[in-house]
Design a protein around this ligand. Sequence first.
Ligand code: ADP
Ligand code: MG
Length: 273
Amino acid sequence: MSADREKQTRVLAVSNQKGGVGKTTTAINLGTALAAIGEKVLIVDMDPQGNASTGLGVPRETRRATIYDVIVDGRPIDQSAVETAVPGLFIVPADADMSGVEIELSQADRRSYRLRDALAAQGGNGHTRYDYVLIDCPPSLNLLTLNAMAAADAVLVPLQCEFFALEGLTQLMRTIDMVKQSLNPALEIQGLVLTMYDRRNALSGQVAADVRSHFGDKVYDSVIPRNVRVSEAPSFGKPVLIYDLKCTGSQAYLKLARELVARERQRRQALAA
Ligand code: ADP
Ligand code: MG
């Protein structure tokens, strides 16, 4: 394999400043789907609510090391990641400690680069462990989100197909521009994924059309439908692909994973050409 085709880690911040748009659901299930097609994946739970951790079956009482230890105490990522029930899918969990990070790091060096530095340290020795790192961001623009965007190669944006979707997006695009001008000039937009799409609802179709006309081929062809199995799965501590592989939600996340990998391959080929 030539050097430029060698596998590199792609770090993606799953972000949108709106809450409830499917960030955590996408991090969990896209992560699972990527692992299912042979990619090695790390999910970094950056939300103090710890929903990605719970949804992947890492109960609070078992979270010995968390992203807090990484960000605040400089604990190596490797020592903080746990393998989930999905082979090839790892997570650095979060818990409520994370809500104090802003204050604890107020005097720290490189306070916005704590995650970036931790990821760079674990990828050392010329040995890259993960194909994808998915960072599940909190719904606000705080130091945790800035750490995620400073660490990321690109932002993956879940968009709920509802009326205020575009309004939230304007805000997110402003944040991304701000981060590019300050913390991370190389930050890209990986893609936008439409979530909770309801084909019986005319508004869903209208929002999808509007988003596609604004963002063109940055929007994935794969669309995640609203599917009750997707919302049930976290209460069992399982990704929907494990809970019910055949349901429309699982199949949509598999399709999205294949599309993301195919586009990523194209992007790398274009860079190498
Ligand atoms: P965020 O992380 O952006 O706040 P979540 O991923 O937690 O959003 O999703 C918000 C709510 O919507 C959750 O209750 C989740 O189970 C539900 N949900 C997300 N995606 C779907 C879907 N495709 N179908 C049905 N419910 C969904
Ligand atoms: Mg969330």
